[in-house]
Design a protein around this ligand. Structure first.
Ligand code: ADP
Length: 296
């Protein structure tokens, strides 16, 4: 499932599947339709039902989460094996929910507060240890809506502005010692198969590659490895991109991504990550092997 067959990750997955002898078809989830009341659940596409598939690889962008997970759920109801399950994808897309789940299971994360319309900005800031803080809009991706407030005054004005937007946001301890770099661990099953360190461009605390950051292969510590594997497991994701910062008190998780891009990680590490994903499907896909089949 992908909106665009020309995207790097989509192309690589199709290529890797064909190389290993599989038939691959790219389906634009927003163009799928289905009869949810039918006794025989099916997904229709361009006038025909999509049948005979062993597995589905969801590549659902943040803006299509709602409809994309509905289509995936329908595939699950027909018994097709999903690389990542719809429930796990929805869970990972909700930043508050995922941070709460990870924290409950003892995963390290930056000290984080969340708020919608706080009456007491002072107390909210004190809760996370005061400035400098990073303030994040819950809806943001690729570093948009992520602001570093170095002083209390700056933090207060950003929070005031966000309050006016009627938006949910996070206020987070700024991990200064990360020095504008983060770690992306690519997890498949219960293994980290590749990892890279992304460094923001000069003067930028955000390391997103879309914002001009650069990526290099990195060797993870055993603690970073187990944090990444556990985080993916807690979210219920078979394949995940776990983003961490190197803090003075060990790795802290920022986000667990359910459709991690392949271009950056394959480019930085030279590994055939697409092939490893197909390999995982070969070993794990069985009809009807979805925990959430029908329910959830
Ligand atoms: P998005 O999901 O929009 O990419 P992130 O939460 O990943 O937003 O933040 C973007 C970047 O900002 C991260 O990759 C990281 O480099 C930096 N960053 C985010 N939170 C912190 C923090 N608490 N301390 C230090 N740097 C951070």
């Amino acid at each position: 499932m992908s909106r665009n067959s020309k995207l790097y990750s989509t192309r690589r997955l199709v290529e890797a599947g064909r190389e290993r002898g599989h038939e691959m078809q790219v389906v634009d989830h927003l163009r799928c339709y289905m009869n949810i009341a039918s006794h025989q659940p099916a997904v229709h596409y361009k006038g025909v039902p999509l049948t005979g598939f062993d597995a589905v690889i969801p590549r659902i962008g943040a803006s299509a989460t709602f409809y994309g997970t509905a289509v995936l759920r329908q595939f699950e109801m027909t018994g097709v094996f999903p690389l990542n399950e719809s429930v796990a994808i929805s869970r990972s897309r909700d930043k508050l929910r995922s941070l709460q789940l990870l924290s409950r299971r003892g995963i390290g994360m930056p000290v984080t507060g969340f708020a919608h319309s706080p009456d007491d900005t002072d107390d909210l800031l004190a809760l996370v240890g005061g400035a400098p803080v990073v303030i994040k809009l819950i809806e943001g991706t690729q570093g948009v809506g992520v602001v570093l407030a170095e002083t209390k005054q700056a933090a207060e004005s950003v929070i005031d502005a966000f309050r006016g937007l009627n938006a949910n946001f996070l206020v987070q301890e700024f991990i200064t010692e990360a020095r504008g770099a983060d770690i992306r661990a690519f997890v498949i099953g219960n293994k980290v198969v590749a990892a890279m360190r992304r460094q923001g461009k000069e003067g930028e605390f955000r390391s997103n590659l879309h914002r001009g950051g650069t990526a290099q292969v990195v060797k993870l510590t055993p603690e970073e490895r187990s944090t990444a594997i556990r985080s993916a497991g807690i979210m219920g994701l078979n394949v995940a991109g776990v983003d961490m910062l190197r803090s003075n008190h060990g790795p802290v998780v920022m986000e667990v991504n359910s459709s991690p891009g392949l271009e950056g990680i394959e480019g930085a590490t030279g590994k055939n990550v697409a092939g490893l994903i197909i390999g995982f499907i070969e070993s794990n896909a069985r009809p009807g092997k979805t925990r959430t089949r029908g329910a959830g």
